[in-house]
Design a binder for this molecule. Structure first.
Ligand code: HPA
Length: 276
């Protein structure tokens, strides 16, 4: 794995696109942010050795470099999910690449079903913590020194990143809830009984991504901020059946607010991770 990652880093650095200090992971239907970057250069995943191809409709599958309010970022536009059958190490290949390219902060976005009362489709939820229910872990297998075998996860979602997100939301008059994300394997949506279980476990939202990526990033000492776009009320909480097309459409409708949050977030975080 390390050699595959080294090779990917060599290829991307060989393109001389600059040294991003902030990475962004764009979830289902949220790829527009990457498409709007200034001076954007996109590298298709298929051109990066070791990168597994995403297969879900709505996922672009490219690493995008570009600027947000003058700050260079590297964006994973299109992610690889565990439910596609990829090994956990492949699911986190992209975020490990961001870390290896020098990103000291990665902002992760996703689409999620709202469990907590009061969360509405189209709303934004800043993640405070997660419950990993995927049944696996990004770090299963031999450890790669110098990274720790047993990384601490007690403050996985960086406190300062969260404070700054709330400041941006206040200044931009964006509603921003905060809560706990349950990461499940999927790809079937949950049953109403499973949603009642997740609520009992302390989850405010549920989705099929993010948790393995956050584990892999924390393993490498990268600071993480994460936000869910609530695309639907979780199973059993509304009378409508869950539908992937609807999940994507809600993601698109929230695009403008997510973009404003991300832009302000990146601008204010940049001085903390500035690179020469
Ligand atoms: N459940 C799981 N994953 C999801 C959901 C959901 O309700 N909505 C968007 N991703």
């Amino acid at each position: 794995m390390a050699t595959e990652l080294d090779e990917a880093v060599r290829v991307v650095e060989g393109l001389s696109l600059g040294a991003p200090a902030i990475g962004v992971v764009l979830g289902s239907g949220l790829g527009a942010f990457g498409a709007a970057l200034d001076g954007r250069v996109a590298v298709p995943y298929r051109d990066i050795p070791g990168f597994p191809p995403p297969t879900v409709a709505g996922h672009g599958g490219e690493l995008v470099f570009g600027r947000v309010r003058g700050v260079l970022v590297a964006c994973l536009s299109g992610r690889v999910h565990l439910y596609e059958g990829h090994a956990p190490s492949k699911v986190v290949f992209g975020v490990r690449l961001l870390a290896a390219l020098g990103c000291g902060i990665v902002l992760v976005t996703n689409a999620a079903g709202g469990i907590r009362e009061g969360l509405r489709p189209g709303g934004l939820l800043l993640l405070r913590d997660h419950v990993n229910l995927t049944g696996t872990n990004a770090l299963v297998g031999p450890n790669e020194p110098p990274f720790p075998r047993f990384p601490d996860m007690s403050a996985a979602y960086d406190i300062r990143c969260r404070d700054i997100a709330r400041e941006v939301a206040r200044d931009e008059a964006l509603e921003l809830d905060e809560g706990v994300y349950a990461g499940v394997l999927g790809p079937s949506y949950e049953t109403p009984a499973e949603i009642r279980m997740l609520r009992t476990l302390g989850a405010d939202a549920v989705g099929m991504s993010t948790v393995l990526e956050v584990i892999a990033l924390r393993h490498r000492g990268v600071r993480v901020g994460a936000v869910s776009v609530i695309t639907n009320m979780a199973a059993g909480l509304s009378s409508a059946p869950l539908d992937h097309a609807e999940v994507q459409a809600t993601g698109v409708a929230a695009r403008d607010r997510l973009e404003r949050l991300l832009s302000g977030w990146i601008e204010r975080l940049a001085p903390e991770v500035a690179r020469g």
